[in-house]
Design a binder for this molecule. Sequence first.
Ligand SMILES: Cc1cc2nc3c(=O)[nH]c(=O)nc-3n(C[C@H](O)[C@H](O)[C@H](O)COP(=O)(O)OP(=O)(O)OC[C@H]3O[C@@H](n4cnc5c(N)ncnc54)[C@H](O)[C@@H]3O)c2cc1C
Length: 393
Amino acid sequence: MLQMLIIGGGIHGVHLAHRLLHDTWLTHDDIRILDPHEELLHEWRRCTRNCGMQYLRSPAVHHIDIDPFSLDKYAALAENRQDANFIPPKDRPSVELFDRHCQMVLDDHRLKFLHLKGRALKIQKRIGHVSVVTAEETIHARFVLFALGMGGQPLWPHWADHLSEQGVMVNHVFDPGFWLKDIQADGPVAVIGAGISGGQLALHLIEKGFESVLLVSSKAIQVSDFDFDPGWLGPKYLDRFHRQSNDQRRQQIMAARAKGSVPRDIKLALDKATALNQLTCIVDDIIDAKCQNGGALLIGRHGRYDCQKIVLATGFTENRPGNGFISQAIKEFDLKTAACGFPVIEPTLQWHERIFVTGPLSELQIGPSARNIAGARHSGRRITAAFSKESIP
Ligand SMILES: Cc1cc2nc3c(=O)[nH]c(=O)nc-3n(C[C@H](O)[C@H](O)[C@H](O)COP(=O)(O)OP(=O)(O)OC[C@H]3O[C@@H](n4cnc5c(N)ncnc54)[C@H](O)[C@@H]3O)c2cc1C
């Protein structure tokens, strides 16, 4: 029987597998990563590619390897040394470098051999272990780790749903199965949402040859270099956070995440594109839309805007990830949730003696960084500490 089944093969699942192999007595025979895609890290690669992301928002010490300076050391190798590897502040790596470094970690530590292709549909409580059911098989493991990410739930405004039903081309940049490369550069395109994904996407569409790009956001574009204040990575803010109730923690997480903001370099690039008439930035709240001449008329509180196609960059819903699978797990194991619906977990990130969580599901312990790469590293340290021989026989 497996010791640990990790459900989800994204940044979190892969880093956790690597860390468990590195820091604990678990071996390659003891761990598997269950993920429905052909390859591990599929969602990361698809989402960053769809946004045309050039540089990460996080600094060079946030990556999937163990040594915080692993990415710096990799970039310094003669074959990897390039001018465009990092940009300030705090040496943000290029996506290209980051992805090659991920591949190096996967190859060097034989992590791809841990991958089982499939989706967890159901989890069952057994004596001394759990069973996870997929469409193909039932997998038995002493412990499971939920590393599901937010990927399954892009946020669609209600007007966009109606428009799509009427045949207008509307896509969400994070829709499973959507690839930006499939969109043809003809007619005006509206990007809805001017956070980092929308900002980068608008610049990418201009690069792809779109002559008329509208970037629509409900508030003026905000600048913030990081997703959250770096004080959230250590005791500066976390000590107080851990003394608060789950409701207060949720409020702090919402307030701390710089949602709908862009780093300075993206803001400068957007300003430049606007000055060159390649981009029109509109601050308006779209409340309705109509199908018109095969395209759309967007109706805002302050005006109306024509476009041929729409790409939503409106982020993810705030709901607990995992949908039916997590709801079933809650029933089966009688798991505790806070008013926001997210897991109430131990400092070890255990939701049950047999279930660990990371990513958004660990937010009420890890705080606003939980969804990020830094959050994966933080979870990794907590889970491996709990998984030492002493505490988990
Ligand atoms: C465009 C973009 C840019 C980002 N840039 C940064 C950045 O610069 N720095 C940073 O720190 N963070 C960044 N983030 C945030 C975060 O680091 C990424 O979203 C990261 O990919 C999250 O990893 P994850 O493993 O939690 O989720 P995912 O990458 O979504 O992986 C989860 C996996 O679990 C699988 N899964 C879900 N349900 C099941 C199931 N029932 N059974 C089996 N498998 C399942 C999914 O199919 C998926 O493959 C960015 C996010 C986005 C979208």
